[in-house]
Design a protein around this ligand. Structure first.
Ligand code: FES
Ligand code: FES
Length: 179
C-alpha cells in the first residue's frame, strides 16, 4: 500500500525510512525550505507547521510517517493564488520581522493559535477555563505565542500583527513587557 501525505495541497509519497523527521522531509526531501530548523529539539518554534489546516506542531519533533493520510501546511502553503495570506501582509505592515528566520514558524503558529482560541482551548492566562468564548487579548497572544522565539526581538510587531489580523486593537507594549 502506498503511504502518502498531503503537503500544501499536493499528495506526496512518504519517505521509506521511518526515522525521517517531518522537518527534514519538508526541507531535504521536498526542498520546501521555508520551514526553518532553529534548534532541532523542540525549543524555538521555528519549525512550526499546521496539521489538517489548524493544529500547530513542531515538525522537528514529528516523524513524517506519523502523518500518513493527513494534510500538512507549511509557510509555502499559506499564500493562495499568488496573494499573501492576510497575516503575512499584517507582519509586513507591523514590522513583525527583522532577519525573517523565525517568521515562517511565527505565521503557522499564529494561524494555529487563532484556531485554538476559536475552539475555546484555554491557556495559562485564561481566567475562566470553563468558558467557551475566550477573549482575544494581548496577554493571550503573548502567552500562546511564547513557544516561538525571535532572536531579533521583533516581538512587538509580531504581537501587533497577530492581534490586528484577529480583529483586536494593536497597542504599544509597556517598558515592563519589553524587558
Ligand atoms: S527547530 Fe523545532 S522547535 Fe526549534
Ligand atoms: S525576525 Fe530574526 S529571529 Fe525573528
Amino acid at each position: 500500500m502506498q503511504s502518502t501525505v498531503t503537503i500544501n495541497g499536493a499528495e506526496v509519497e512518504l519517505p521509506g525510512d521511518p526515522r525521517v523527521s517531518l522537518l527534514d522531509f519538508l526541507r531535504e526531501h521536498l526542498y520546501l525550505s521555508g520551514t526553518k530548523k532553529g534548534c532541532d529539539q523542540g525549543a524555538c518554534g521555528a519549525c512550526t507547521v499546521l496539521v489538517d489546516g489548524e493544529r500547530r506542531i513542531l515538525s522537528c519533533l514529528a516523524l513524517a510517517v506519523q502523518y500518513q493520510g493527513r494534510k500538512i501546511t507549511s509557510v509555502e502553503g499559506l499564500a493562495q493564488e499568488g496573494a499573501l495570506h492576510p497575516l503575512q501582509q499584517a507582519f509586513i505592515e507591523h514590522d513583525g520581522f527583522q532577519c525573517g528566520y523565525c517568521t515562517p514558524g511565527q505565521l503557522c503558529s499564529a494561524v494555529g493559535m487563532a484556531a485554538e482560541l476559536r475552539r475555546g482551548v484555554p491557556s495559562y492566562v485564561t481566567d475562566d477555563i470553563g468558558t467557551d468564548t475566550i477573549e482575544f487579548s494581548h496577554d493571550e497572544v503573548r502567552e500562546r505565542m511564547s513557544g516561538n522565539l525571535c532572536r531579533c526581538g521583533a516581538y512587538n510587531g509580531i504581537v501587533a500583527a497577530v492581534t490586528e489580523h484577529n480583529g483586536g486593537q494593536p497597542r504599544r507594549s509597556t517598558a515592563q513587557e519589553d524587558a
